[in-house]
Design a binder for this molecule. Structure first.
Ligand SMILES: Cc1cc2nc3c(=O)[nH]c(=O)nc-3n(C[C@H](O)[C@H](O)[C@H](O)COP(=O)(O)OP(=O)(O)OC[C@H]3O[C@@H](n4cnc5c(N)ncnc54)[C@H](O)[C@@H]3O)c2cc1C
Length: 441
C-alpha cells in the first residue's frame, strides 16, 4: 500500500500532524518504535503557548484535568540560593489575542506538567481515532528514495498493533511506500540518514536524567531551574501530585558524581549530588519516596537541524533541539508538528497529490516558518545552558538575579514561554479563521 504521508515516530512531534492530516482525509501512517504507555527522560512541563494546539487536537479539557497544578512562579536554585519570580504574563504572538479572548487569562493560560506516559498515549489514541494508520511497536530501519516518493523498511514487532499482520506472532521486516515523509523520530536514535550522526565521546557530552517522587515540599505553583557545576535541571509538580526532577549532566561531571557514590546507580548518584549541592533541591525532596527508578538517556545533541532536508519534513527534536534548561522541547514538537501539517494542507490546497508534487516549495516555506518560530529559543537555550553549567558564571550572576529576580521572567520570555506561534483553532479540530499577520499555519 502507498501512503500519502508516513510519519516516523509517534510521540509529541508525530501525532499532531497525523491527527490534523488524517482529519483532512489524508492516508497517513505513523510508525512508532516503542510500546505505549512508556516513561521518558523529560521534565514534562508544557508552556501555556500549547493551549491552541491542545484545543485544536480536542485535548484541551483532558489536559487540564489530568496534568499537574498550574505553574505561576519560576525559581532559580543555585547552591544555597533560592530566587523566585513570576512566570511571564501577556502571551504574545500571531494568535495570542484570540487565545486570550477564547480562554480568558487565568489557570487555563498557565503551564502545567504531564507525564509522557499519559500524554504520548493519549495523542496516539486521538490519532488512531482520527483515522491515522498506526504501527506499534515497529521500527523504521531503512529508507530509500524511489521515484518521487520513499520506500521504508520497517521491523514490525511480534503482535504489533495496527499492522495488517497484527495476528502474526512472529516479528518481521516489511516495506512501505509513501509519497511524503515526516521525520518525527526525535534525536536520540541512530541509523537513519535523518538522524544525528554518531560521534566520538566528549567530556562535554550531556546525559539526561529523570526521576519522580511522591511527597516532598515543592510548592505546587513553582518551577525551579537548577544550576550546578557541569549541569542544569528543573523541577515541577506533575500529574498525580508527584515531583518531576530532570537534569542534564556533563560526562566528566557525571564521572565525578559517580566516584563519590561508587555503589550507587548513575542516576542515584546524580540525585544524591543535587541534594547535597543545592539547598532548594534538598528542601523540596525532604521526606519524599521515589516513584520508580531514575531514568537516563543521551548524550543529547541540541542543534538547529531544520524542518526540510533532503526531501524529508522534520518536526520536534528531529528538526531542532533546545537545551532542556528552557523546558520547551514538547512545545516545539507539538507546535512544529501542527505547523508542518498546516503547510502541507495549505500548499496542496488540501490535496495530498498536489502537496507531494509541490513538496519542495512547501518544504522550504515550512522550514522558514520553523526557523522564525523556534531558532531564537534554541539559541537562547544554548546561552542559558552555558551560564548554568559554569560555576564561575553562576557565582558572578547570582547576585544580579538576587537583586533583580525579574531577570528570570525575562529569560523565560526569551525562551519562548510566552510566544504563541501557531494559529488557534477551536476544539474538535475545526480550523479557526486566520489572524491577519504572518500566520504560521
Ligand atoms: C532531561 C530532559 C528534560 C526535559 N524537560 C522538558 C520539559 O520539561 N518540557 C519540554 O517541553 N521539553 C523537555 N525536554 C525535551 C523534550 O523531552 C523533547 O524535546 C521532546 O521529547 C521531543 O519530542 P519528539 O517527539 O521530537 O522526540 P521524542 O520524544 O524523542 O519521540 C520520538 C519518538 O520516535 C520514536 N522513534 C525513534 N526512532 C524510531 C524509528 N527508527 N522508527 C520508529 N519510531 C522511532 C521513539 O520511540 C519516540 O517515541 C527535556 C529533555 C530532557 C533530556
Amino acid at each position: 500500500m502507498r501512503y500519502d504521508l508516513v510519519i516516523i515516530g509517534g510521540a509529541v512531534a508525530g501525532s499532531p500532524a497525523a491527527i490534523r492530516l488524517a482529519r483532512a482525509g489524508w492516508n497517513v501512517l505513523v510508525i512508532e518504535r516503542d510500546a505505549f504507555p512508556r516513561r521518558k527522560v523529560c521534565g514534562e512541563y508544557l508552556s501555556p503557548t500549547n493551549e491552541p494546539v491542545l484545543r485544536a487536537l480536542g485535548l484541551g479539557d483532558w489536559f487540564h484535568e489530568v496534568a499537574g497544578p498550574p505553574v505561576g512562579r519560576l525559581a532559580l536554585f543555585a547552591r544555597d540560593q533560592v530566587i523566585e519570580a513570576p512566570v511571564p504574563t501577556g502571551i504574545r504572538g500571531s494568535g495570542a489575542r484570540q487565545l486570550v479572548a477564547d480562554g480568558g487569562p487565568g489557570p487555563r493560560l498557565c503551564g502545567r506538567a504531564l507525564g509522557r506516559d499519559l500524554l504520548d498515549a493519549e495523542l496516539a489514541r486521538t490519532a488512531r481515532a482520527a483515522g491515522a494508520g498506526w504501527w506499534q511497536p515497529a521500527k523504521v530501519t531503512g529508507m530509500q528514495k524511489i521515484g518521487e516518493g520513499w520506500r521504508l523498511q520497517v521491523r514490525v514487532g511480534a503482535g504489533a498493533a495496527g499492522h495488517p499482520a497484527t495476528s502474526a506472532s512472529r516479528a518481521g521486516v516489511v516495506e512501505v511506500d509513501t509519497a511524503l515523509l515526516l521525520a518525527a523520530h526525535g534525536s536520540w536514535g541512530r541509523g537513519l540518514p535523518t538522524m544525528p550522526t554518531p560521534r566520538e565521546a566528549r567530556a562535554n557530552d550531556l546525559f539526561g536524567f529523570k526521576a519522580h517522587f511522591f511527597g516532598g515540599n515543592l510548592a505546587p505553583a513553582l518551577m525551579p531551574a537548577l544550576a550546578f557545576d557541569g549541569g542544569y535541571g528543573g523541577m515541577v509538580i506533575t500529574d498525580g501530585g508527584r515531583i518531576s526532577l530532570s537534569c542534564c549532566v556533563r560526562r566528566d561531571e557525571l564521572e565525578r558524581m559517580r566516584a563519590r557514590h561508587p555503589a550507587a546507580q548513575p542516576g542515584d548518584s546524580v540525585v544524591a549530588a543535587l541534594r547535597s549541592r543545592l539547598r532548594g533541591v534538598r528542601e523540596a525532596l525532604q521526606g519524599t519516596e521515589p516513584d520508580g527508578r531514575v531514568m537516563a538517556a543521551g548524550p543529547i545533541r541540541p542543534a538547529i537541524r531544520g524542518g526540510w532536508r533532503d526531501d524529508v519534513f522534520a518536526t520536534g527534536n528531529a528538526a531542532g533541539e533546545a537545551h532542556p534548561i528552557i523546558a520547551e522541547g514538547i512545545s516545539m514538537a507539538l507546535q512544529s508538528s501542527w505547523m508542518a501539517a498546516g503547510q502541507l494542507l495549505d500548499g496542496g490546497g488540501g490535496d495530498p497529490l498536489a502537496a507531494a508534487a509541490d513538496r519542495q516549495v512547501i518544504g522550504r516555506r515550512y522550514d522558514r516558518a520553523w526557523r522564525r518560530a523556534f531558532a531564537p529559543r534554541i539559541r537562547a537555550a544554548a546561552v542559558f545552558a552555558r551560564l548554568a553549567m559554569s560555576p564561575r558564571l553562576v557565582a558572578a550572576l547570582t547576585p544580579c538575579y538576587l537583586r533583580w529576580p525579574a531577570l528570570l521572567t525575562w529569560n523565560a520570555r526569551l525562551a519562548g514561554k510566552a510566544r504563541v506561534v501557531v494559529v488557534p483553532a477551536p476544539v474538535d479540530g475545526g480550523e479557526a479563521p486566520r489572524p491577519g499577520r504572518r500566520p504560521a499555519a
